[in-house]
Design a protein around this ligand. Structure first.
Ligand SMILES: [Zn+2]
Length: 382
């Protein structure tokens, strides 16, 4: 990874480059910052810079053989340690190397910006707590005893050292206390309180701050083609955290997607347009069970908001402006004479989707029931 690929953090990049130029590379360093600030990308760029055969003033060259191997995460002198758990693939002693392929994939697919939750999903731990197991310390020692293959330095990047268990943390401490020549440890940590204090005292800390709004916003313009105004407002909400910004973008995209799906569905159901309803159930089958559940929750939200709207309490509505406009026409169709049945219909649908019902048949059935329910007349008190 090149320094130029990292969002913001210009001061820190300069300090890291200067430390290499001045020959002040300390053997154990701690890159401490929240997920989404870029501490792992910085560690990777720093390792690549140190190993580069043709260092430039502000970055690695990006084209020498060492850079090319670093960029693919296959340099023989670049080692990784990260938390794992027992999985289908690693039934016991789940050391990092077993998951090296998945690790390379997640780093390369996300430009090294990803969360520990994403990692957990990637290696399918089924919600088991991630840890760096005791066996990893002997793996580290084994790797340290190897000669460097190609570069002057051996670099070991330890992602989430917070996840060492006590006995392996103590072994790591021992390793850090007796440094091997030309070996560099980069600990990429997120919460200093979860590290044992002796590890903190043995490492040189580089604090990775939140990304400046200006830098984050520029990157969103480049990566997602937002206007500067949009990008700035997302960046302010994300508070200097690139992963947070991505989450905000994904949520708003999901809401827009659900809104369109919902409004088209309701129109088709109201008109009893069978062809569109069949197409709808084909489409929704493709989005997967998790999204189908989220969509049902979205529908329930709009039904509830319709009732609130009908009671004339518009100031209580929790809807976007597009949704509010839609409710003006739609809300009157949800009323005392059908609301309980509609809500029950959707609660049942959620229940059955969770229990692996066939989504296509289920949504088609809901569609036909809705067609009837939406045509129920409002009760009139006489
Ligand atoms: Zn290079």
């Amino acid at each position: 990874m090149l320094f130029s690929e990292i969002i913001g953090q210009e001061d820190l990049k300069k300090r890291l480059i200067a430390s290499v130029k001045d020959g002040r590379v300390s053997h154990a360093q701690l890159f401490l910052g929240e997920e989404g600030t870029g501490n792992l990308p910085l560690a990777l760029a720093y390792a690549q810079y140190i190993m580069c055969e043709d260092k430039q003033n502000q970055d690695a060259c990006g084209v020498c053989s060492s850079c090319i191997k670093n960029q693919k995460l296959v340099h023989p002198d670049l080692h990784f340690v990260f938390p794992t758990a027992n999985t289908e693939k690693a039934k016991s002693k789940p050391v990092s190397d077993i998951f090296l392929e998945e690790w390379r994939e997640i780093v390369l697919d996300n430009n090294a910006y990803f969360s520990i939750n994403q990692w957990q999903e990637k290696i399918q731990t089924e919600n088991k707590a991630l840890l760096i197991p005791a066996e990893e310390s002997s793996e580290i020692l084994k790797k340290l005893s190897l000669k460097t293959y190609e570069s002057e330095y051996k670099v070991m990047i330890i992602w989430y050292p917070e996840k060492f268990n006590n006995s392996s943390a103590n072994k790591l401490l021992k390793i850090l206390e007796e440094p091997e020549p030309k070996t560099l440890f980069i600990l990429v940590a997120h919460e200093s309180e979860q590290l044992i204090p002796t590890i903190l005292s043995r490492t040189q800390t580089f604090k990775v701050n939140k990304i400046e709004t200006y830098d984050l916003s520029n990157s969103l313009v480049k990566l997602f083609q937002f206007s500067t105004v949009q990008a700035t407002s997302i960046s302010l909400l994300a508070d200097g955290n690139f992963l947070e910004a991505k989450k905000i973008i994904e949520t708003s995209e999901a809401e827009e997607f659900f809104y369109n799906l919902f409004t088209n569905w309701m129109r088709a159901a109201f008109k009893a347009d069978v062809i569109s309803l069949i197409k709808f159930s084909d489409d929704i089958q493709k989005i997967g069970r998790e999204k189908q559940k989220q969509f049902i929750s979205y529908c329930l939200h709009i039904f509830r908001e319709s009732l609130i709207n009908n009671f004339g309490s518009k100031e209580l509505n929790k809807t976007t402006s597009t949704e509010s406009q839609f409710l003006v026409k739609f809300a009157p169709f949800i009323h005392g004479a059908n609301c309980l049945e509609i809500i029950e219909l959707f609660n049942d649908a959620y229940y059955h989707i969770e229990r692996n019902a066939n989504p296509k048949i289920l949504f088609l059935d809901v569609s036909f029931k809705l067609t009837k329910l939406l045509r129920v007349k409002t009760l009139v008190f006489e």
